[in-house]
Structures are given as C-alpha cells and as structure tokens.
Design a binder for this molecule. Sequence first.
Ligand SMILES: C[S@@+](CC[C@H](N)C(=O)[O-])C[C@H]1O[C@@H](n2cnc3c(N)ncnc32)[C@H](O)[C@@H]1O
Length: 322
Amino acid sequence: MLVHAITSNAAYEFASDVRAGLSRPGQKELPSKYLYDDVGSALFEVISRLPEYGLTRADERLLRRHASDIVDRLAGPVAVVELGSGSGKKTRWVLEALCRRQRTFYYPVEISRTALAMCERELRDIDSVSILGFEREYLDGLLEVAAHRKDGQHLLVLFLGSTIGNFDRPAGVRFLAEVRRILEPGDSLLLGTDLEKPSTQVLAAYDDELGVTAAFNLNLLARINRELDADFDLRQFAHVARINHEARSVEMHLGSTRRQTVSVAAANIDIEFAEGETIWTESSHKYSTEEIFQMARDAGFRCEAQWIDDEWPFAENLLTAE
Ligand SMILES: C[S@@+](CC[C@H](N)C(=O)[O-])C[C@H]1O[C@@H](n2cnc3c(N)ncnc32)[C@H](O)[C@@H]1O
C-alpha cells in the first residue's frame, strides 16, 4: 500500500493546539484526534474488544449481515473512501461484497500512521481490492480522493464506529455538509451512529473495569510528554467519564488529583491545575433514530436505509447525496 504522508508541520500544530487548549480560561480541553498516536491506536483496538464496549461489535454485526444489501443499493462502479478507518476490520464485509461484483479501490484516510498500517495488514488479502492510504485529516483526504475520481465512478464514503459522535451536534451536521459538498449527487455515505441507551451502560463503555480506556485517555498526557517535552506526572491525573445529560453525550476528562503546575516546553507554557480540575479530551454523542434522518437532510443527504442492531442500540445509515 502506498501511503501519502502528512507534509504539513504536524509537530508545530500539536504544540499550538496544546497551548490553546490548556491555557484557555474556564474548562481546559484537548482535541480528541490527538488520542491516536501509535500507543493510542493500539489501545483503541483493545477497547473495541472489551465486553463493556458493545459499540464495535454492533457495528460489525450490522455490516456483516447487511453488506450485500448495502452494496446492491449502490450504482456502480464504486470506489470506497473511509474516514478514520482505524484497523479497518469491519470494512472487510463491505469490501468483500463489492469485490464480488467489481475490482475495488479502497482509500482509508487516517491521521494515525499506525492505524493505516493495521488497516493495510487487515485487508490486503481480499481478492480484487487495491488499497491506497492517506495519512490526512478527514476532509483533506476526501478532497484528494474526489479530485482523482474516474469518469462515471461513484464514491462510497464510510464513516463508521460512531466517530461522528465526537463532534457536538451542530458541528456534526456542519461536518456532514462539508462531506456532501465534496461529493457528487448519487454518491453515498455509510454512517455508523451509536444510539441513546441507559447511562450505566454508556458509562461502563467509557470507563471499563480493566482500565484500558483510562490508559487510552492518559496516553494523551504521555504523548505530550514524549513529543512536546512536557512533565505531566501521570500518577497525578485520573481518567473521568461523565454523562452530559443536556448534550446527550458521554465525556472523557483527565482530572488533576492535586494542585500542581505542569510545564510543556515545546509549547512554551506552564499550566496551573487546581485539585479536581479537568482537561476535557473527548465527547461521544448518542442519537435517536429520527434525528439521524434530520441530520442527513440538513447536510444535503437522503437516508436511503437504516439498519438497527438488536443487541446494542446502534444504527447503520446509508445516505445518498442529493
Ligand atoms: C473512534 S476511532 C474509530 C475507528 C474505526 N472507524 C472504528 O469504527 O472502529 C476514530 C479513528 O479516526 C481517526 N481520526 C481521528 N481524528 C481524525 C481526523 N481529524 N482525521 C483523520 N482521522 C482521524 C483516529 O486515528 C481513529 O483511528
């Protein structure tokens, strides 16, 4: 697999985002995309197998059961672009179904080089698939793929695992509208969305007994230590998962267990933490089935079909660009 690597100054952007997020007044925050370095991507793979995290298994069941139906609804020929592919394990079902009818080009778009490498290893044995990975932000990667589409070719964009839930609701619709702007009428978007469920079930999924999600979250501070010459003492921070009822989301934070000062040399800042103060690192919004139809319409798509898992409330939605 050829990988088009990030050429921009990623280290500079990381330092400047860390500086902005940790020096802002009020709630400190860090963009969730930085959770995924090589350690973070490996830990996310483990999370996806935890008994508490039913989301990935639900997504996978729906794709396995309905891959042929999904593919039958697409006008061909089709090239597949996946935004934030991770290891790509679940994507196998869609690619295998498509490859039964055509040679298929598959373009995973990822900011994590480790995830791209896992994805290539996972899917390269499929007959009639050509994989070309893009180490890019979602929309930059999609723009590049769309710019090189062949005459008459349709795009199927995959955005699985309810990664859309990392955006707040208005930003999620704006993001889908950006995707729509890059697509042509008749192109498709397969969108995985985690549905609302009891708070205890949601909290357990983001705060597992084994502590893998805690390690995934704390690794962000370890990454800042490694890459930005910071001196976070990881033992003085704790993983916190909490429900935000108003936003209908679960939030991950890193809470300072005491008053302390941390220095991030490459970002040229010293940060004061009060005891109990947190850094907000990720949100995962949960949806109702009806609001997904509305989100799709607001972003310029029509919802062609929706499949819902019967074990873990999760919906796979096939959207068509209007
Ligand atoms: C929640 S994981 C989901 C992975 C996979 N799609 C799944 O369903 O299991 C999100 C993935 O998106 C990638 N990612 C996060 N932010 C990104 C961004 N801004 N641009 C490209 N990839 C991103 C991460 O590296 C990670 O692999």
